[in-house]
Design a protein around this ligand. Structure first.
Ligand code: DGJ
Length: 535
């Protein structure tokens, strides 16, 4: 009896050695009370990511990509895999590139998110293999309202959907055997699906479906409550009125991808997501002005109903300005949708939103286009592109597991500098943190930051003890609630970094470093452990 227990224990232990055992736990997303985390090797993981340019996942360009990945200090690289390369002839698969990506990622000790450039890429069919492009009758595009040719594949083509399912399933099957260490932690299914240039497909086949009853999956209270509607059953026009065309296309595209993803997941159940080209989140624009049928904020309920195998609907954030960007984070971080930003502008200003994603309990963040794209740019140009996010990742990477756990537990709050550079506050229970943004100086007379790139993230360790991480800002505190107005002081302010899950102080900040309006955070992100006391 004792011997059996011992062996069971041994099995359990070896099954959880990260990256060493074929039985290492599958990456997966868990949801507890509407909060999410991505488990990698069995524990919370935050994707400090970077995405290569579209045509960079080729052996000739990969050295440039790895150079950028190193400079960025990322832990996860997002790389496309191309249908046209993987299935050059119908039914003949070539996974040599997948092998190359796996081998190189392991050598660099980096995880991968693979991006399946399948039926849709930026709303078009451009990554379909040649044998499909040559057969437009079998693999058609959608048709515009006036019968015009639209550069977007039809979600109503059974042949295309079956071909995509076959290829995607083959990839997932291959990965299952080739990647027992789970170097690949997530897969993006298609790329920014939907259509530019037409709100939906007006082909005769699509028109017939459009005039048919709305499918039952959309007619539940849970879904209808999230969508403006005029009736609870009937044709698309009867139920959804002026939104019918867009909702029909969203349903059609999401159902197609949902089938592809479900088949792939049955083979190998990695977390899967769809990325979205966004619409303006504030102005409720007309669907003619954005990519219709994609997972835009107004159709998330349709995507959830049509594609349950997809874990995340993820916003590609190329918008600017706090009002818009923070609204996008609010719209996509839902109790039924983990927050993940798979693409954004690699700028100093956009880097601040890593803090917003963490504070909203998100699972990852990734700038797009990290490599030089074969352009042989001067080193200074490359360094400038990677500097802002690189210095963030460099600071956050050693404490990534802690951050992921705190994000999951809802212990992180953050503020990011507004365009008017105004001060902001953070509610910490019995304390309020006051964050001012600006350059060096004493007290209030801070010169403004040249760009609104300042940020502050605070982790509540206990009632009076915090970790604060920030740049371009100054922080101070005041007691609130029953102790409001009472005198207080810093018990200890330590600057340091995390190592093996522990805060390692480098020095105690005191005197000029804390006396004149609170600790100052400069250009380089600093990690402070701050203890406060009432007097
Ligand atoms: C969004 C797409 O998803 C990416 O693949 C890339 O095309 C970017 N746009 C930037 O061009």
């Amino acid at each position: 009896m004792k011997t059996v227990s011992f062996f069971c224990l041994l099995l359990l232990i070896t099954a959880h050695l990260p990256g060493q055992n074929p039985a290492s736990p599958m990456p997966r997303i868990i949801n507890e009370n509407g909060r999410h985390t991505l488990l990698v090797d069995g524990t919370p993981f935050f994707i400090l990511g970077g995405q290569a340019h579209n045509s960079s996942a080729w052996p000739a360009i990969l050295p440039e990509v790895w150079q950028a990945a190193e400079k960025l200090h990322l832990n996860t690289l997002e790389l496309p895999i191309y249908w046209e390369q993987i299935e050059p002839q119908a039914g003949q698969f070539d996974f040599s590139l997948v092998d190359t990506l796996l081998t190189q990622a392991r050598a660099h000790k980096v995880r991968l998110v693979l991006l399946w450039f399948g039926t849709w890429k930026n709303g078009s069919n451009h990554y379909m293999p040649e044998w499909m492009k040559r057969d437009a009758a079998k693999y058609p595009n959608i048709v515009g309202e006036k019968g015009d040719w639209i550069d977007s594949p039809s979600p109503h083509s059974e042949a295309a959907q079956q071909a995509d399912t076959k290829a995607f399933t083959a990839i997932m099957h291959y990965l299952k055997n080739a990647d027992p260490r789970h170097t690949v932690i997530m897969v993006q299914v298609e790329n920014e699906p939907g259509a530019w240039g037409s709100v939906r497909d007006y082909s005769p086949a699509a028109q017939k479906l459009f005039e048919s009853p709305v499918p039952a999956q959309l007619l539940t209270a849970g879904v209808l409550d999230q969508l403006p509607h005029e009736a609870s059953k009937g044709s698309w026009r009867e139920v959804f009125g002026k939104h019918a065309d867009e909702y029909f296309h969203a349903w059609s595209v999401a159902s197609y991808i949902g089938k592809v993803a479900a088949a792939g997941k049955k083979e190998y159940a990695l977390p899967m997501y769809i990325n979205a080209a966004l619409r303006d989140p504030l102005s409720n624009p007309s669907p003619n002005t954005y990519e219709s049928g994609g997972a835009t904020d107004n159709v998330l309920a349709i995507y959830k109903a049509a594609a349950p195998a997809i874990d995340i609907l993820a916003p590609d954030i190329y918008l600017s300005g706090n009002e818009k960007v923070l609204k996008v984070l609010e719209l996509y971080g839902r109790s039924d949708n983990p927050l993940f930003v798979p693409e954004t502008i690699p700028s100093r200003v956009h880097a601040k939103y890593i803090y917003s994603v963490l504070a909203r309990g998100g699972i990852g963040f990734s700038p797009f286009g990290i490599d030089d794209n074969g352009r042989d740019s001067p080193d200074s140009v490359i360094a400038a592109r990677l500097a802002a996010v690189g210095q963030e990742y460099r600071t956050l990477a050693p404490m990534m597991r802690e951050l992921a756990k705190w994000a999951f537990e809802g212990k992180i709050t953050s503020v990011v500098e507004d365009e008017d550079h105004g001060q902001q506050t953070i509610d910490l229970g019995s304390w309020q943190a006051i964050v001012k943004f600006g350059g060096f100086g004493r007290g209030d007379g801070l010169p403004p930051n040249p760009q609104p790139a300042g940020k502050m993230m605070i982790v509540r360790l206990s009632k009076d003890k915090f970790i604060a991480i920030g740049t371009h800002s100054r922080i101070t505190f005041k007691p609130v609630g029953k102790d409001s107005g009472r005198p207080w002081q810093y018990l200890k302010v330590e600057e340091g970094h995390f190592e093996n899950g522990m805060f390692k102080p480098l020095r105690i900040l005191n005197g000029d470093e804390t006396d004149w309006g609170g600790p100052y955070f400069g250009n380089k992100p600093q990690v402070l452990q701050i203890a406060l006391t009432l007097r």
